[in-house]
Design a binder for this molecule. Sequence first.
Ligand code: HXC
Length: 514
Amino acid sequence: MDKTPQQILKEKREESLLGGGIKRIEAQHSKGKLTARERLDILLDEGTFQEIGAFVTHRSKDFGMEKQQILGDGVVTGYGMIHGRLVYVFSQDFTVFGGSLSETHAEKVCKIMDLALENGAPLIGLNDSGGARIQEGVVSLGGYADIFYRNVKSSGVIPQISAIMGPCAGGAVYSPALTDFILMTENSSYMFVTGPNVVKTVTNEDVSSEDLGGASVHSSKSGVAHFSCANEVVCLQNIKDMLAYMPQNCEDDAPAKEYTAGNETRDVLNSIVPESANQPYDMREVIEGLVDTNSFMEVHKNFAENILVGFAHLAGKSIGVIANQPAHLAGVLDVSSSQKGARFVRFCDAFNIPLLVLEDVPGFLPGTDQEWNAIITNGAKLLYAFSEATVPRITVITRKAYGGAYDVMNSKHIGADMNFAWPQAEIAVMGAKGAAEIIFKNDIKSADNKEEAWKEKEAEYADKFANPYRAAARGFVDEVIEPSETRDKCIRAFDMLKNKVRTMPKKKHGNIPL
Ligand code: HXC
């Protein structure tokens, strides 16, 4: 007896759910990896996933491919909800031709990307792929470029998040690289433009996939990845957590959490900065003492640790935090920390997330390494990003604000809205010791007791400049505040700024020093 249309549909649905088949699913599990569909089950609110294109098959007729048709063609695409909010997703299925990207696989991804852009909701890509479908040649390469083009069109319009949960090699790395955030799973994912074999042939270096482009390398050395995740579940949970701070698109406000106002004084903030200006402290303690309890979600934690960036809630509202970290390299600005800070500032500004800057910076890092690696261009990125940001912007100087770094770290002069300083703040061209050495050189030289004279002059300079009152007298600092008052002051200031409108001159686009 012929099958009924309903039976045919049922069978096709069952077939598509199996991807590359039980054996390959088992192989995926034996590597400690989940399947494309299992990942979506964890990522999305239960029962919300709606699949699009489950019956798509490839069109390739070379190398016997016409006889190997697998429904879905190696990528599961669709939409669903995370915390009740719409998201578009694609999840590459390694059990089907190694998740490799064919012409039709790319078309499925592009369809989802177009829907995400037109409907203003985040796009999440779960990547696990052997790269271009080798049997297809250039149509596969074209498919990648179609995706890259859409990544760029969507940039700054909708949040785009990439999780790397398996191989991601060759030109395939450029789609994640064009998105806003990359998360990698530890010991099961890697990203590189050329793999270990090519590296060996070209440079004679012996390197493993993990050491060349694993989660640890990219989250600490290169900064390509923003999160290194212990396993896939942690990775998917991080995506969900991150979305809670973001709006759906650039026209939208970030979601607010319910918040009941109370006593906002935080005495703990009074005892974090040490008395000696040269002693380090952990700026995370300041952030955690200031923002809503347990709300700080650090981004790029292991990369350029001399600056901290991350999302937080303040009185229930999303903010982006950028903070110098005196506990690492004294919180100095260098090439990597400038890049890290700039990129985060631009994300927040694109998506209407107000910025809170905590400043304790002794200046830019000197040296040939920094100069030859273009600290000029890279420092300018941070300067540009802050100057261009039109969201509400608050700065709190907790201790040092020296030299060019004072200007760069969201100073009043480059458009910050409210600038606070703690009483122990030192705002000057340089530290008192170095300053005394230069401007009192002759006095010190002619003194009988040079050591004594130097100390005296250092104290004189410190007395004049190692405080926040010169800057406050000029209005560069709006208010000198007790640390314990900071949370209250910031909540009030962000509330005061909530209807801020600032427009930049009409232009096609600026030319950030890339
Ligand atoms: C077609 C592929 C494939 C690919 C893997 N498969 N990669 N099929 N095109 N690119 C298939 C395998 O034939 C195999 O099929 C199944 O996927 C699983 O692969 P295995 O090799 O058995 O798995 P594993 O041992 O885990 O190794 C995974 C891998 C390896 C490291 C990804 O498969 C690999 O090196 N693949 C080729 C990678 C590559 O060179 N891609 C092109 C990169 S260049 P069966 O039927 O046995 O299950 C590129 C350019 C993009 O992508 C440019 C964009 C601009």
